[in-house]
Design a protein around this ligand. Structure first.
Ligand code: DAH
Length: 349
């Protein structure tokens, strides 16, 4: 019996040692230690032994069993490690290889200007408002003191869809919408930016362009004045274009403001000395503005005896062209990635 046990032990050890992988090792375990295994069979046969022999053989079999189990466990760990190492070896990644480039988009220069302006005005307590691009004649013109047949309508060649609907020619329409929506309930401080449309198309005009517009209305006793308008526009220009810019107000005419002004900025290319950009004048025209006309206040629900304020508007494309030195407005709409890519670096502020 003892001899049989040591034979089993010997061949079991040999098979454990030579098992090449986990499946083989498991087969060995089943063969010797499983329910129908050789060693298990020996334990079952113990009942035929004499009372003296039984404990001796019993403990011998158990010792062998334990020894084999330990050995199997040890080899199992080693085989597992070897398997992981083999996998790591096979699945090696060469991190020095160049990666496939991810093409990253960048913000359009006009959108960058819009975001910058919105941030600036929100920091001064303005709300950001919006209005429809398909606008009514009423909001685009009539409520801004431009009744049907008014000669100043000629300055804005329009795309009419029907007699009443047109593609808005100016974001000023949003001024009327904001006033009508609030009707003296609150003072107003709003900024709005978006697309506008006119029937014109050359190197400096496009049939679609962007505008930004601001409106401030407050109680008369708060004295919103031309000085506030000047200060606000100075902040706008110095933040967006050049911190050393100077502003010049020239009297002008807009139906929705009285008095009205065109605002020129000292030429940021020559510093005001005169160059080809400013046509040797030292100044560049950038904005229209003025104090809100009493008729506009009245028509849109604000009593001009109680309320007053200012408004301003300008082209976003021109601002973008100045800021980034873009020579032709049509680049802004051509969707040429070679042009758009140049603003990548500017996204990392
Ligand atoms: N809407 C005018 C335009 O398109 C620009 C403008 C001028 C807007 C004066 C204003 C303003 O709000 O007060 O030419």
């Amino acid at each position: 019996m003892k001899e049989q046990i040591s034979k089993i032990k010997e061949s079991a050890i040999q098979e454990i040692e030579t098992a090449n992988d986990l499946t083989q090792l498991n087969d060995v375990r089943v063969k010797y230690l499983g329910k129908k295994g050789e060693l298990t069979a020996l334990l079952r046969g113990m009942k035929d032994l004499s009372a003296e022999e039984r404990p001796i053989i019993g403990s011998l079999v158990n010792d062998v069993k334990e020894e084999l189990e330990n050995l199997i466990q040890k080899n199992e760990e080693e085989l597992k490690k070897a398997e992981i190492n083999k996998k790591l070896e096979e699945e090696k990644i060469d991190i020095t290889l160049p990666s496939t480039k991810i093409r990253r988009g960048s913000k359009h220069p006009v959108n960058r200007i819009i975001e910058e302006l919105e941030d600036l005005f929100v920091s001064m307590g303005y709300d950001v408002c919006s209005g429809p691009e398909l606008e009514t004649d009423e909001y685009c013109f009539e409520r801004l003191n431009l009744p049907k047949g008014h000669p100043a309508r000629d300055m804005q060649d329009s795309f009419y869809i029907t007699d009443e609907y047109l593609l808005r020619t100016q974001t000023s329409a949003v001024q009327a919408r904001t006033m009508v929506a609030n009707k003296e309930k609150t003072p107003i401080r709003e900024i709005t930016a978006g697309k506008t449309y006119r029937r014109e198309d050359d190197a400096t005009h496009s049939h679609q362009f962007g505008q930004i517009e601001g409106l401030v209305i407050d109680y008369k006793e708060n004295h919103v004045s031309l000085a506030d308008l000047k200060g606000t526009l100075e902040v706008l220009v110095r933040t967006i274009i050049d911190k050393n810019s100077n502003l010049r107000f020239r009297p002008s005419y807009f139906p929705f403001t009285e008095p009205s002004y065109e605002v020129d900025v000292s030429c940021f290319k020559c510093g005001g000395k005169g160059c080809n950009l400013c046509k040797q004048t030292g100044w560049i025209e950038v904005l229209g503005c003025g104090m809100v006309h009493p008729n506009v206040l009245k028509m849109n629900g604000y009593d001009p005896e109680k309320f007053g304020g200012f408004a301003f508007g300008t082209g976003l494309d021109r601002l973008a062209m100045f800021k980034y030195g873009i020579p032709d407005m049509r680049y802004l709409y051509a969707n040429d990635v070679r042009f758009l890519k140049q603003f990548d670096r500017k996204d990392v502020d």
